[in-house]
Design a protein around this ligand. Structure first.
Ligand code: KG4
Ligand code: ZN
Length: 363
């Protein structure tokens, strides 16, 4: 049995969790700073770092108390070290290093992107991360910072085959909501208002899908682009608002606009992901990351997954940032004997993903 303490501070959630054997969540504490950033319409990195500093010890104590264990019983300390906001990541990483030094535990650096993907396997009685029947696997991770498709093969080799070339899908929803003065984070606000709108009312662009009368360059087949959609929303809202101010769009026009806007995002995400699923002959398809909380996206993903392919959709509570996914994924590094040391650094961008830790492969 291995008990791993996970720490997450890559964006605006300070989170600490204790997970047993990569599966069983013993405790999962999250402190959100969302309200602090809402006034700015987005996450302010320095503010995030300060808030993490204030919260981290308290959140860690909360997780340890809820788990009812002492540090002596913890087998390893795992921490998100990339990608994310560097000032924010530094708080979690240095706190983790402090625990490692104080208690003499091994350190495991975790890639936030892969941790999101792992959200599917936490608490799951049905699926195992290293079950060969799920591979090759396509993972669509959609959050405020990322929109990428990773293909993982049975031997644990991983390759990012497509990413956004500008905004992430969550960013597109957040910035769209900000333009219309609907608050932050935009994804949940848009989902709520869009529920009473018509998804077919307005036709928003689906960039890099080859549907705009322009052939799609082969290198962009699995890439995403959402900045054009965001700009289209701005012009659309100005045109239809009573006084030309995008922030004053209201009533049914607003809800139809949001429904159609969200539909464009959902459509592009599923179309691209399933094109990759077919191209790489995948046997399962993961949907995870904060935007995967979106019910229309979850429904579309489940109902349009290619025949014979297993849809693996992360539970909503493990879609947005949390530390259970960090501690869960870390177990596989622990079991494979893959540890970091105190030179572990933070990185803003997605480091090159080449493999995932499979016990089987490294045994
Ligand atoms: O994974 P996450 O918590 O943080 C990052 O790693 O970025 O994702 C946050 C993103 C935000 O862009 C937020 O608007 C989006 O997830 N989000 C949603 C929903 N809930 C959160 N997007 C659409 N529908 C939702 N229900
Ligand atoms: Zn995240």
């Amino acid at each position: 049995m291995a008990l791993i303490l996970g720490i997450e501070s890559s964006c605006d959630e300070t989170a600490v969790a204790v997970v047993e054997n990569g599966k069983k969540v013993i405790s999962n504490a999250v402190s959100s700073q969302m309200a602090k950033h809402a006034v700015y319409g987005g996450v302010v990195p320095e503010l995030a770092a300060r808030e993490h500093l204030t919260a981290i010890e308290k959140v860690c104590n909360e997780a340890m108390t809820a788990a009812g264990v002492s540090f002596d019983e913890i087998d390893a300390i795992a921490v998100t070290h990339a990608p994310g906001l560097v000032p924010a990541l530094l708080v979690g990483l240095n706190f983790a290093k402090g625990l490692v030094a104080a208690y003499g535990k091994p350190l495991i650096g975790i890639n936030h992107f892969l941790a999101h993907m792992y959200g599917v396997f936490i608490d799951s009685e049905q699926y195992e991360f290293d079950d060969p029947a799920l591979y090759p696997m396509a993972a669509l991770v959609v959050s405020g910072g990322h929109t990428s498709i990773v293909i993982i093969t049975e031997d644990g080799r991983a390759r990012v085959v497509g990413s956004t070339i500008d905004d992430a899908a969550g960013e597109c929803l957040d910035k769209g909501a900000k333009m219309l003065n609907l608050g932050y984070p935009g994804g949940p606000v848009i989902e709520k208002l869009a529920a009473s709108g018509d998804i077919r009312k307005y036709n928003f662009p689906r960039s890099l899908t080859g549907t705009a009368g322009k052939a799609l360059a082969p290198e962009n087949r699995f890439n995403f682009s959402f900045s054009g959609l965001k700009t289209a929303l701005l012009y659309h809202a100005r045109n239809l608002s009573p006084d030309g101010n995008a922030e004053h769009l209201e009533g049914q026009v607003l809800t139809d606009t949001l429904a159609s806007y969200q539909e464009a995002v959902v459509d592009v995400l599923c179309t691209k992901a399933f094109d990759a699923v077919k191209h790489f002959r995948c046997r399962s398809a993961i949907l995870s990351g904060g935007v995967a909380c979106n019910t229309p996206l979850r429904r579309r993903f489940e109902s349009t997954v290619p025949r014979g392919v297993i849809p693996l959709i992360a539970p909503k509570k493990f879609c947005t940032d949390n530390a259970a996914m960090v501690a869960g994924l870390a177990y596989h590094y622990y079991a494979a004997g893959k540890f970091s040391d105190l030179t572990l650094d933070t990185f803003a961008r997605l480091p090159h993903i080449t493999e995932v830790p499979f016990r089987r492969r490294s045994a």
